[in-house]
Design a protein around this ligand. Structure first.
Ligand SMILES: [Fe+2]
Length: 390
């Protein structure tokens, strides 16, 4: 490695089956008297708040619940949540759910301690005051928002995703209980798992990669390659679920410190313009973006192929790098996910507009190969026609 200074930011992690029971004690340790829980209706309906509520009650903590987070949280929503937090006179935030609930809690936290509107804080370290203490509790194994100092919010004026980040937004505690993911159906297990995989891949290939993030990314790649198919095949396989929960945390802890890349930039447009699930968008774009990126990160793509179980001993650098993309493409086929843009409703005519938008996405800045709008169009065309080099 070179001798440049780097910084690595991580939350306190409490991990393991049943650790949701610790929520009350942990909140007390952080000085909480009233907890504001940010979540969505699906989590409430699935009964995933029950253990949490009991834990808070056992610690004699008051709480209030905001259960209206949407699947792609919007700027105006975060203002409403911040207002409700202040009115509740709470002194600790809790985000429980997929990425949306945890991201909404983070962005609302910015508006508790900083002025509206949220849109002015797009980018890194744009807000001044840190958010209130936050405990992040994931119920899927994919977004890894619990590990991250970033959140993604929809800017309703531009219909575009904004990434906002900085150490002041990092959860104080990530409480990762794999048992909470047990009821997730196979399609969501697969989709969220691809998001975790995209964080590991993009962090490892990022121009901002650093030794601790590399170690985390490679370990999570191994865990995902071995355990994602098992978790999709049988959601009751708790060993696979536990490994995926750890992989998701590790992958986004890596990505939080390095930035992502063009997979996220191109994938974001599928979520905003076509309503495609975030993880599925990442999965579709990943092999095509990786093949485009290959000349900028050939040795690192070989590492990815090896971490995912490919025997590369008889291959050239180029062949192994290509195999990293092919391995991910095959994994997606195996677990029943879309592998081209036509399957999610994108047409040829849509490509110019989404290419322009993708070129402006903040994640492009850490992609290992510079990409013009024409390059991005070409990548989308490859994904439209499922044109993958094997
Ligand atoms: Fe992601």
């Amino acid at each position: 490695m070179n001798s440049e200074m780097f910084e690595f930011v991580a939350p306190r992690l409490i991990f393991g089956n049943g650790c949701i029971k610790e929520a009350g004690v942990v909140a007390e340790e952080l000085g909480a008297t009233k907890v504001f829980i940010v979540t969505d209706k699906g989590i409430v309906k699935a009964g995933l708040l029950e253990e949490l509520k009991k834990s808070l009650e056992d610690s004699d903590l008051n709480y209030e619940i905001w259960d209206k987070v949407s699947s792609n949280p919007k700027d105006n929503e975060t203002e409403q949540i911040a207002k409700a937090y202040k009115e509740a006179e709470a002194n600790l935030l809790m985000g429980i759910g997929g990425g949306s609930a945890m991201d909404a809690a983070k962005a609302a936290g910015i508006l508790v301690t900083n002025k509206e509107p949220i849109n002015q804080y797009e980018g890194c370290n744009k807000f001044k005051n840190p958010i209130p203490a936050l405990i992040a509790i994931p119920t899927t194994s994919g977004t890894g928002s619990e590990a991250s100092m970033w959140c993604v919010i929809t800017d309703t004026r531009r219909n575009a995703k904004m990434s906002l980040g900085g150490p002041g937004m990092l959860p104080k505690v990530a409480l990762v209980d794999p048992a909470l993911t047990k009821g997730l159906p196979p399609d969501l297990t697969a989709g969220t798992g691809m998001d975790a995989l995209s964080h590991a891949v993009e962090s490892y290939l990022s121009t901002g990669s650093i030794p601790p993030s590399d170690a985390l990314a490679l370990h999570s790649l191994r865990l995902i390659a071995e355990n994602l198919p098992l978790a999709v095949a049988n959601g009751e396989n708790m060993e696979a679920r536990t490994n995926m929960a750890l992989a998701s945390f590790e992958a986004n802890l890596a990505a939080s410190n390095t930035g992502c890349g063009a997979v996220h930039s191109l994938g974001h447009q599928l979520t905003t313009d076509f309503g495609v699930h975030h993880g599925i968008s990442m999965g579709i774009m990943m092999p095509y973006v990786m093949q485009f990126n290959m000349i900028g990160c050939m040795a690192r793509m070989r590492d990815i192929a090896e971490a995912m179980g490919k025997d590369t001993s008889m291959m050239t650098h180029r062949e192994t790098a290509l195999q990293a993309a092919v391995t991910i493409y095959e994994l997606q086929k195996d677990i029943g996910l879309a592998t081209n843009l036509k399957q999610v409703g994108v047409k040829e005519d849509d490509i110019p507009k989404i290419s322009e938008k993708a070129s402006l996405d903040v994640d492009m800045s850490t992609n290992p190969r510079r990409a013009t709008v024409e390059d991005i169009k070409m990548i989308y065309e490859m994904a439209l026609e499922e044109n993958i080099e094997k």
